[in-house]
Structure formats: C-alpha cells, structure tokens
Design a protein around this ligand. Structure first.
Ligand code: AMP
Ligand code: FE
Ligand code: FE
Ligand code: ZN
Length: 296
C-alpha cells in the first residue's frame, strides 16, 4: 500500500527537525510520499528534495500559508507553486515580516507580566527558521523553565485570549488561492475545522472558495474528530474537491502528530497532481517538480 503524508513542518518554520531529517524520518515511518509544508516559506524544499532523491522517497514541495477570512485565521496549503512568482513571493515576505515584526511586542508583553525573557532568547531557539513565531517564543519559555511544553505556553500566554497575544498580517484567503494558481500550484484548505478556522468555514463558504479555485480539503487531520471528518468528506464529495489527510507533523513541537498518523489516498494525490499540472500549463511558469522516485 502506498502511504502518503501531505503536511509536515521542518525547522525552516516551527518544526523541530531540519528538512532532510523530516524526509529521513518519513522513510523510517514507512511513508512512500512526503510533502514539506512549512509555514509561509519554500526555503526547505531544496534540502528535502535532495534527501528524497538520496533516500528513495517521493517528495512533494508545498507550503502552508497564513491567510485570513474576515478576522479569522485560516491556513491554506499550496502545492507545487513557483515560489519566485513575484506576487506570491511578495506576499510570503509580507507575512514573514509580520511574524518577525511583532516579536518585540510579544516579548514586551511577557516582560510586563514579570517573565524574564529577551528577544535573543527567542532567536536562540528559532535557528534557521524563515521567521520567529509564537512556537519559538514557546520553546524559549520551555528553555527558561517557565512552562513544560509549547501547548502550555499557548494556553497560558500566547493564544488569542492570552496576555502576550499580538495580531499579525495574514493574506486574504481568496487572494492567496488566486496567487497560488497563478504561480502554477494548487490550494487545499488545511484543517478547515481546526482551532480558529472552524466557525469561518461553513459549507457555503467552502462552496464559494471552490468556485474561486480551491482544489481540496484536508479532511483527515488530528484537529477533526470522526464526526467532523464524515461531514467534511460529504462536503468535499458534493463539491468534487480532492480529499487529503496528513500528520501536520512538527517534530517534538506538537504531540500526537506522528508522521503518517493520517494519510492521503493515492487516487486523491493523483487528482491533486493533475490539477497542479493544469495550473502549471495555464501559468506558463517553470514550476517545481516532484523529487525522488516517480509515481505510477
Ligand atoms: P504564529 O505564526 O507565530 O502566529 O504561530 C502560529 C503557529 O503556532 C501555528 O502555525 C501552529 O503551528 C502553532 N501553534 C498554535 N497553537 C499551538 C499550540 N497550542 N501548541 C503548539 N503549537 C501551536
Ligand atoms: Fe505550525
Ligand atoms: Fe496549520
Ligand atoms: Zn501545519
């Protein structure tokens, strides 16, 4: 059986392993296809692709883009877009700058409630990440002994109702669906009924986004219980959307997200790749390709 995991993170965003290690761990977990979908960056693709070629696993380049629908945060998975497309590149830069740019305010808010932490402590844990985000603040708080784990930092300080929460820039969702298509890629809504986005993404909204060019729904995700999955699968069937599944692996940064804990069916990956090939032809751009062994 072909095992496919289409959503993972490396240390280029908020995962805890470098891209090549994520790929090696995917081989170890018995996967045949792995996508790297770091937040708002394609920086890990080269390293992951090289590792996939060496280790004999198929690699799908992707990204998870921070978007908003109204005032709600929504994550959009983009597969195989050309990251040098000027509009897409500009927008990713804007998101990364927004994430980095709010770090002084987050640190100041933590200091204001008596927590001894400096920006340098955050940068000490964010390593080669494209930008420093809340998960890195959480890691710095773990290192300082303030909390036990990332989850606790989000629950006590960094979540939307926490004392150190600071908003940041995110791209309007429909604009990003358009940009990814223009860049020759395809869009899949990440964990549509996960924390935050659930109330924003009802069936009518998903239908409207499908008309706008959305290709798939990530149904099998740890944020969705069995009932959610059944209802999302029905919505996807109604709208002829591709259904994906993934671990949303973050290394040791998220518990209960082991590589391959949810997977994508091979026929669904084929549909996704066909849609990407069509978008690539229409875009006229040189788009990235899969690495490692080809698919049948
Ligand atoms: P930021 O982009 O800086 O706003 O941070 C958001 C990221 O934090 C998300 O993409 C998640 O991967 C991560 N995250 C959100 N909530 C939690 C949590 N409770 N525990 C661990 N990581 C989280
Ligand atoms: Fe994350
Ligand atoms: Fe996400
Ligand atoms: Zn993710």
């Amino acid at each position: 059986m072909v095992r496919i995991d289409l959503h993972t993170h490396s240390s280029r965003s908020d995962g805890t392993s470098p891209p090549a290690e994520v790929v090696a761990h995917a081989v170890g977990a018995g996967l045949d296809v792995i996508a790297l979908t770091d937040h708002d960056t394609a920086e890990g693709w080269g390293e992951a692709a090289a590792a996939a070629d060496e280790l004999g696993i198929t690699f799908v380049p992707g990204m998870e883009v921070s978007c908003r629908l109204g005032s709600r945060g929504v994550h959009l998975l983009g597969y195989l877009p050309d990251p040098t497309h000027p509009g897409l590149a500009r927008e990713l830069e804007r998101i990364l700058e927004g994430r980095d740019g709010r770090m002084p305010q987050i640190v100041a808010k933590l200091q204001a409630i008596g927590i001894a932490i400096e920006e340098a402590d955050v940068h000490a844990v964010s390593g080669d990440a494209a930008a420093s985000g809340r998960p890195h603040v959480a890691d710095a708080l773990v290192r300082a002994g303030v909390v036990e784990a990332r989850d606790e930092a989000f629950a006590r300080f960094l979540g939307p109702s926490g004392p150190a929460y600071v908003r940041r820039y995110a791209t309007p969702l429909e604009d990003m669906i358009t940009l990814i298509r223009e860049a020759g890629g395809v869009s899949v809504l990440a964990h549509p009924w996960g924390r935050g986005s659930r109330s924003a993404l009802d069936a009518d909204t998903i239908a409207r986004l499908t008309d706008h060019g959305l290709t798939g729904l990530e149904v099998d995700h740890q944020d969705h219980d069995a009932d959610d999955r059944e209802r999302l699968r029905a919505i996807a069937a109604d709208l002829d959307l591709v259904v994906t599944g993934s671990s949303d692996h973050h290394g040791t940064g998220k518990v209960d997200h082991d590589l391959g804990c949810n997977t994508t069916a091979p026929d669904q990956l084929h549909r996704l790749l066909e849609a990407a090939a069509a978008a690539a032809r229409a875009s006229g751009r040189t788009v990235p390709t899969l690495a490692g062994p080809g698919l049948d």
